[in-house]
Design a protein around this ligand. Sequence first.
Ligand code: NAD
Length: 393
Amino acid sequence: MSEKIRMINGQLQVPAEPIIPYIEGDGVGQDIWKSTQTIIDAAVEKVYAGKRRIKWQEVLAGEKAYATTGTSLPKETLETIKSHLVAIKGPLGTPVGEGHRSLNVALRQELDLYACVRPIRYFKGVPSPLKEPEKTDMTIFRENTEDIYAGIEWEMGTREVKQVIDFLENTMQVKKIRFPHSSSIGIKPISKEGSQRLIRAAIDYALEKNLKRVTLVHKGNIQKFTEGGFRKWGYELAEHEYADALHDGRLEINDIIADNFLQQILLAPEKFDVVALTNLNGDYASDALAAQVGGIGIAPGANINYQTGHAVFEATHGTAPDIAGQNKANPCSLILSACMMLDYIGWQEVSAALITALEKTIQSGQVTGDFATSMGVEALTTSQFARKILEKL
Ligand code: NAD
């Protein structure tokens, strides 16, 4: 009987037939979701021989939702994901125009999915701009709810920005706004609570996977209290909550300034295991790292609230309008996001089987168009590539 996944006493309870809501996604979402679903179902069947299976439940968002309900993110979609805890999604286009917020951002905010988790690893055979791409193997924990993404800013010339500048100059005695009459102003909130829950998730992940180093990436040399706070609160958390692991050598905390981090991931990526970053730094770094190991077509991601258990796994690329509907897109990002989901619900045997099949497929030169040219092989369509993975399962 299919049932919901639940969180009981801080532990995820996963039935043998969990109901998992999915959002197919816009654009290439339709090309890659079907293949991904078929592959996951086949892998689950292969490993558990009918004893476990996923009961998929489609929920609408994006263009499909707009066409049938007149809204891009219907309440029922949010409610269903809220009550089922774990969901997976294809890419969603950001509706253009005033008043439309990004659906991805809306989902993250509504469910308070504070950790954006991106494992970055190299799959042999994938074209990369690096000489030794296999040295890049780390997991990024990007804070997902604070920083400039809080969206608090005022436009140059408005009454509001004048009020803010007046307050800063006359009440706070700020004398450093270089051009007060032609400035827009943005606010960057970074809290101890928000930083520590993210860094705690990164440390727990490191300990669970027997990875030693957790690196705090920040710009605290310039922004002492926001970025510097992230660093300071990270060290404090480690000392207070992980003293044993620190002292018996299972855990090592260090920190690095964001610009140096971007240099080091190219020069010495092997220095990093698990990395915790503030929101904006994490945004830049995760795309740069994805590019190092083959680009967004193969980079998986998850947005997680480890306290409530809510987790939305997603392809990290966009809707790729230039190739949508052409059966050309690389489904690896969504397949690997599904692997993260399987790990999260404790079905690691299935994700391991899937990753092995995917690796073998890529290594044998069977790839989609985004990899084919630089590998000097013929491009497979999305569905041909998916069939090759199925054969190797
Ligand atoms: P994009 O990621 O859609 O495309 C960038 C480039 O990468 C394109 O050349 C595209 O063809 C290629 N590409 C992307 N995914 C691919 C795949 N699976 N296989 C092969 N090639 C792939 O970025 P964009 O064009 O800037 O954004 C298009 C839309 O997607 C926008 O509306 C944007 O808001 C949205 N978007 C959504 C998400 C998300 O849902 N998580 C993320 C980024 C962008």
